[in-house]
Design a protein around this ligand. Structure first.
Ligand code: AHM
Ligand code: MG
Length: 335
């Protein structure tokens, strides 16, 4: 019976990626090993996030432990776990983390061909109140034989893979290796991510917009005009609903599944917006395009940006194809 087969034939993320990679005869399992280490990091963070509310009870966070050392904050701890898991995979050469000022160059004996850019725990303002937060990552392949910073300053369209993990009401990992987008949910009893959302496609047009409207007084004309259209449509369509968690992973995840737009535009106070190109804008734009949506900076296709610095920022508008088309038209007209 098909339904039974579904419940007993578990498509884990490892099995899924192994299947995908088997299409490439030259593949030797390196990517699968790398991904398994990312998955390990995500499981660790998930378990830490789930216990975060108990921290006071069991004496974590901000308190001093028996050794007299101060306990690490969740974002710092998450970063350490990812860095160590990625280095120990033996498949990475350069790591760029939101938490670290400088890129990490892996020492030659542990070096592999992949560069990983990541935000280990995004949504910092939501950590202490139990609202969904996430990890975002992108993967590049080293260009030459010696790693240089140029290897991670490539346009987002050259990413080999991108994904995020959301620590929400369930723990979900959403991944693209350039072949569409698939979602895996952590089964806590198995400790495995199981394929639950195969071949995710974003609705062509959505009914939701997502933005921090508290910044409205500093927006440019085009952003203001678009958001005004969301509330007072000029074409007879219904107004859009507003949803804004303030965690990019949660806001993008909802946008991917329900459709609509997520924007973090430029404003007078932050002319490049807030979000970071390498490990926020690029991975999410990659996923959006792979799901049939679009990602735009206000000037160009987001994935064609060529970053000059590892922590560079860019305005971003991403989501349903038609909704982003509308934003592009406004920017083209208003400049
Ligand atoms: P963070 O890296 O300090 O967590 O900031 C990134 C977060 C995103 O998750 C989210 O989209 C955005 O900041 C929200 O910013 P704001 O509070 O300005 O609306
Ligand atoms: Mg961040």
């Amino acid at each position: 019976h098909a339904a039974d087969a579904h419940r007993t034939d578990l498509m884990t993320i490892t099995r899924f990626v192994l299947n995908e990679q088997s299409k490439y005869p030259e593949s030797k399992g390196d990517f699968t090993i790398l991904l398994n280490n990312i998955v390990l990091g995500c499981k660790f963070v998930c378990s830490a996030v789930n216990k975060a509310g108990l921290a006071k009870l069991i004496g974590l966070a901000g308190e001093t432990n028996v050794q007299g050392e101060e306990q690490k904050k969740l974002d710092v701890l998450s970063n350490e776990v990812f860095v160590k898991a990625l280095i120990s995979s033996g498949r990475t050469c350069i790591l760029v983390s939101e938490e670290d000022e400088e890129a990490t160059f892996v020492s030659p004996p542990m070096r592999g061909k992949y560069c990983v850019v990541f935000d280990p725990l995004d949504g910092s303002s939501n950590i202490d109140c139990g609202v969904s937060i996430g990890t975002i990552f992108g993967i590049y392949t080293m260009k030459g034989s010696d790693p240089t910073i140029e290897d991670v300053l490539q346009p987002g369209k050259d990413m080999l893979a991108a994904g995020y993990c959301m620590y929400g009401s369930s723990c979900m990992l959403v991944l693209s290796t350039g072949n569409g987008v698939n979602g895996f949910t952590l089964d806590p009893s198995l400790g495995e991510f199981i394929l639950t959302h195969s071949d995710i496609k974003i609705p062509k047009k959505g009914k939701i917009y997502s933005v921090n409207e508290g910044n409205a007084k500093n927006w440019d004309v085009s952003t203001a005009k678009y958001v005004d259209n969301c509330k007072y449509p000029k074409d007879g369509s219904l107004p859009k609903s507003l949803r804004y968690v303030g965690s990019m992973v949660a806001d993008v995840h909802r946008t991917l599944l329900y459709g609509g737009v997520f924007l973090y535009p430029a404003d007078k106070k932050s002319p490049n917006g807030k979000l970071r190109v390498l490990y926020e804008v690029f991975p999410m734009s990659f996923l959006m395009e792979q799901a049939g949506g679009q990602a735009f900076t206000g000037k160009q296709r987001a994935l064609e940006l060529v970053p000059k610095k590892i922590h560079e920022r860019s305005p971003i508008f991403l989501g349903s194809y038609d909704d982003i088309e509308e934003i592009k038209e406004i920017y083209a007209a208003e400049g």
